[in-house]
Design a binder for this molecule. Structure first.
Ligand code: NAP
Length: 210
């Protein structure tokens, strides 16, 4: 596929682009200040900032190109309808790592057996939003006002613990992203399945993993 990649030189972008190219995709990197020209591309991918993502997505959709978005800390709002009206797809996932999606699935299963849970999410200090999109999505799945604690420190990549407390027992479900290449698995899967999705907005890698 020919892929326009917003934020190709960022930390996540550069790791993902390498894997996309290794898988045989042709990538056109679009950086801050570049024209958002996605003409001739089969899909656009965005790993930028919460402010830039909606602008980039709208520009891509206006040019008739479906989008896969990894940027967190923004709301797609009416862009889902904007995509649907044009018969295009907007796929947004707060976490493109397959292990993190499984962590959320296992947490949902555990939630049925424990009265309370809290989430600790730990990310590199450069991460702009807190709590993380994955933590918010996990808390929503578990329900009951699950509290989230955010840690931002150098040395961290992306980590999350879901701690369940019960009478005389604790259960901790933990996922560690040790390299940003892990996000490429989910991006590759989303690109492969993009055309099979219904037009409009689809949220979450879990919708693609059976
Ligand atoms: P980063 O290193 O700061 O990279 C962001 C990149 O986007 C930078 O190269 C930046 O350029 C560029 N950029 C900024 N505005 C742009 C615009 N208008 N058009 C094109 N490019 C633009 O951050 P990161 O760690 O890679 O993370 C990027 C986003 O992805 C964050 O929201 C993060 O939370 C999210 N993320 C999501 C996942 C997931 O699995 N869903 C995984 C990792 C990261 P400059 O440096 O010149 O400003």
């Amino acid at each position: 596929m020919k892929i326009a990649f917003f934020g190709a030189e960022g930390k996540a972008g550069s790791a993902v682009v390498g894997r996309l190219e290794a898988a045989g995709h042709e990538v056109r990197g679009i950086e801050l200040g570049d024209e958002p020209d996605v003409s001739g591309c089969d899909a656009a991918v965005d790993f930028t900032t919460p402010d830039a993502a909606p602008v980039n997505v709208r520009a891509a959709l206006e040019q008739g190109v479906s989008c896969v978005v990894g940027t967190t800390g923004w709301e797609p709002g009416e862009l889902g309808t904007f995509a649907a009206e044009r018969g295009l797809r907007l796929f947004v996932a707060p976490n493109f790592s397959t292990g993190a999606v499984l962590m959320m699935r296992f947490a949902l299963e555990a939630a049925a057996h424990f009265p309370r849970a809290e989430i600790v999410e730990l990310h590199n200090e450069a991460k702009k939003d807190a709590p993380s999109g994955t933590a918010r999505a996990t808390a929503e799945l578990i329900g009951d006002g699950t509290e989230i604690h955010s840690v931002r420190l150098p040395g961290l990549v992306a980590h999350q613990e879901v701690i369940f407390g019960g009478e005389g027992q604790l259960l901790t479900i933990r996922h560690d992203t040790t390299g940003r290449e892990s996000f490429a698995d989910g991006v590759l899967l989303a690109l492969e399945k993009l055309d099979e999705l219904p037009p409009g907005l689809t949220i979450g890698l879990e919708t693609l993993i059976s």
